[in-house]
Design a protein around this ligand. Structure first.
Ligand SMILES: *Cc1c(COP(=O)(O)O)cnc(C)c1O
Length: 391
């Protein structure tokens, strides 16, 4: 008999009942160190006092009105994002996949309004992940995600990650945009080198097409900059955001330049919940903390510490681990064993990590994890690796 929860996930036998910073407490009382942060969502840890305060204060005042009216919290969050980024304008969503939907619509509408209605194709790359809507799965194009779901949203051109020649050759008079994650998350913490991101920007400029960055996972301080593309100096025309921006509250956003957003006039797009007072009150608290340069420099310092300890872990367990990659607190351990074995051994040693493609285990701790917690987490990973027989 089917479970009352639609069985689309094979879930670990863990049931968390409380969170405190980088710790998750299981129903049986065990305390797990959380290097997953709900897949890069709980950017400021669990039950962060500033976020709890923002949420509960707003919850006692007003939860929801509608985008038919002014929403001061939404205005405040949009202003903050515009102040801190390349963007001139922001639309709020509830998830990454909805941000993908709007990014696709915005890019196509831009060219439609410029009298090029056939310019609809968006180039994407292997190993990418853009969400589970029909646009999201069509964009990523992975066999596993699209199989059985009928006709896909047309207009995506899939290229091999890192194949520059194929990319240049693939741009035609039907191309409207290139969509890419600066650091692939689900694909296994695969960073696009800064030079490539700059090259993509130049290519887009040369051909007059739009650059869409998917920073749903790598954004909001995760790589040690507010947004990952800032490392390269290149800026997008459109950017998808979600996960960390709500710190655990379902919130997403699409950021854009005034030019790229020019087609999205009144009545062309909307959302019932997107940008509601609750989500945006929390989002403001998140951005106030993470956009602070002192906070981001701490993320980078902790990244160095974690990486150094992970190098030691790899050296101690050469049969289990191969290398570490990524930036900031978005790190991937390339494994020589099945990543799920490492993750399961982690559970047994009360440390949480997240599997990804390309034989990688992702480490995405809360950005405010302490030095002591980093040491303890790596000690637990060390015990986990030892239990796998990797001496
Ligand atoms: C998680 C993710 C998405 C989808 O976000 P949802 O909130 O699950 O819809 C899209 N793109 C990237 C890069 C992601 O990591």
């Amino acid at each position: 008999m089917i479970s009352s929860v639609l069985p689309t996930y094979s879930r670990a036998p863990l049931s968390f009942v409380k969170g405190e910073g980088a710790w998750l407490i299981e129903a049986d009382g065990r305390r797990f160190l959380d290097l997953g942060a709900g897949i890069a969502v709980n950017a400021l840890g669990h039950a962060n006092p500033a976020l709890v305060e923002a949420l509960t204060a707003q919850a006692g005042a007003l939860w929801h009105t509608s985008n038919l009216y002014q929403i001061p919290q939404q205005q405040a969050l949009a202003d903050k994002l515009v102040e801190h980024t390349f963007a001139d304008t922001v639309f709020f969503t509830n998830s990454g996949t909805e941000s993908c939907e709007l990014a696709v619509k915005m890019a196509r509408k831009y060219f439609y309004d410029k009298g090029e209605p056939d310019r609809v194709e968006i180039i994407t790359f292997s190993g990418s992940f853009h969400g589970r809507s029909s646009a999201g799965i069509a964009a990523a194009g992975s066999e596993k995600m699209v199989k059985g779901f009928g006709p896909l949203l047309p207009g995506f051109v899939h290229l091999e990650f890192g194949d520059h020649e194929a990319l240049t050759a693939a741009i035609t008079d039907k191309t409207c945009a290139i969509m890419v994650e600066p650091v692939q998350g689900e694909g296994g913490i695969r960073p696009l080198p800064d030079a490539c991101l700059k090259g993509l920007r130049d290519l887009c400029d040369t051909h007059g097409i739009l650059m869409i960055l998917d920073e749903v996972q790598c954004g909001v301080g995760r790589t040690g900059k507010l947004f990952a593309h800032e490392w390269s100096g290149a800026t997008p025309d459109i950017m998808m955001v979600a996960k960390g921006i709500g710190g655990g509250f379902p919130l997403g956003a699409v950021l854009a330049t005034e030019d790229a957003a020019s087609g999205m006039t009144a009545g062309t797009h909307g959302s019932t919940y997107g940008g509601n007072p609750l989500g945006c009150a929390v989002g403001c608290a998140v951005i106030d903390i993470i956009a602070d340069p002192a906070f981001l420099s701490e993320v980078n310092r902790k990244s160095g510490l974690l990486r150094q300890k992970l190098e030691g872990l790899i050296a101690s367990h050469p049969d289990v681990f191969e290398s570490v990659r990524g930036s900031g607190l978005m790190l991937g351990l390339k494994c020589k064993v099945a990543p799920s074995d490492v993750v399961n051994a982690g559970y047994a040693n009360e440390v949480i990590a997240v599997p990804a493609a390309d034989n990688v285990v992702r480490l995405l701790p809360p950005l405010n994890i302490t030095d002591e917690e980093i040491s303890e987490a790596v000690a637990r990973l060390d015990r986990a690796a030892t239990s796998l027989g990797g001496a």
